[in-house]
Design a binder for this molecule. Sequence first.
Ligand SMILES: [Zn+2]
Length: 495
Amino acid sequence: MTDISIRNVKVLDGTGSPAFEADIEISDGRIKTVGSAGAAALEIDGLGAHIAPGFIDTHSHDDGAFFRHPGMAFKLAQGVTTVVAGNCGFSAIPADPSVDSARASGGILAGIEAGFTDLDGYFAAVLAKGPAINNMMLVGHNTVRSMVMGNEKRAPDARELQQMYGLVEQAITQGACGFSTGLIYTPGKWSQTEEIITLAKAAKATGALYTTHMRNESNRLLEAVDETLTIGIESDVHVHISHHKAAGKPNWGLVKESLQKIDAALGRGQRVTLDVYPYTAGSGRMIEYFNLDNINRDFAEVVRIAGCPAFRHYEGRMLVDIARDEGVDIADLVRTILTAPKGDRTICIHFTLDEADIATNLRHADMMVGSDGIPDLRGRPHPRLFGTFPRVLGKYVRQDKVLSLPEAVRRMTSLSAQTFGLLDRGKIEPGYWADLVLFNPETVIDTATYDEPQQEPQGIHTVIVNGQLALQNGQHHNTGSGKMLRYRRAAYGES
Ligand SMILES: [Zn+2]
């Protein structure tokens, strides 16, 4: 007997084709029929909703969230059924159980429970928690480099490079979907282009990716794109640019020139893709944005505190407001926060991006959607953690008409699945895994704000993960049906 029949829906199959009416039957975790449905153990009346493949968050920092919040409510409620973790050079793997990797990552990897050393071990540990959604992993340069070289501000010697290569290669062999860098972060920023080229070559064996938080995303954006394209050519690996943006008002609009460079590379046959989040503020470790000897006051004026273990009462407030209320100089305030115990784990939000650049990005045919959410639920995280996908559908598709609904869905599903190597996912097609989302294109919208970021969106009413009902009408079912996916291979634990 069929497990689930879904009727009264319009199908957006993920390919970019317009919606069409059809029923869907699901059996043994996979889509059995797209056409007309018979009786099933569970029958779902879609009430005229649209149904799409589950959304794929190509840019997450959920490595630790799978331990701390296996229900992954902030992603599931958006219709996200798969995330790619290990971004910006910070990954849960490889791990040395004697080292606190959350600390080394400045809190980005918070939540990870020790006990594993490699990707297989991480996958097994996450599966034991019963994850609500699927995960894929990148292996991160910052993690690998600090494991082999600590915080050395120099190029690796031949032995160190060989050791790093071995760690990247092991992760790729076990099914990681690529090698990620975060070249503004410590210790990635101490590396030269050559080092990255050498390590990215480890991804070539399986056809996996090189993904990058580039060395510069402001006044030297174009040079950073050149470096990225060079790494792709020299290593012969597909490059994926993370959260493409031009930060700082004098640099607004630069994304157009950056995309022209990428189009030229695509024209020459190079494999390049990108992702973007739909907000005009970025977010990250506050300590990475300030030089304590010379505090940038202009930048401090646009910074808001998201998570701050040292001063919880600063969370959700702009630095300018805190400085005014406490009668202190803003530069002194920045120093006080960052030099306090655990001050280096402060996560901030900075309002540095241009609304028009978001639209420019979203118009590009090879642009995917990645939340870049930092899953610290104790503070007031950037609202992108809860709102990214509904915001693209509600604001940029319905309200601003920047891209069509079928095209937006394609960029959240089949394009991401093909690029990141998800096997039999990202389309509604018989034989594909039944990762599905039912939503109403007329009402779907994010509700998470900077003041109240931990709010689930509206208009997404049913989510199915690997053929199991995971969310319906705001109820999280905690079925734990998520899988650990490997690049173009069966999921971990399956042959
Ligand atoms: Zn990043």
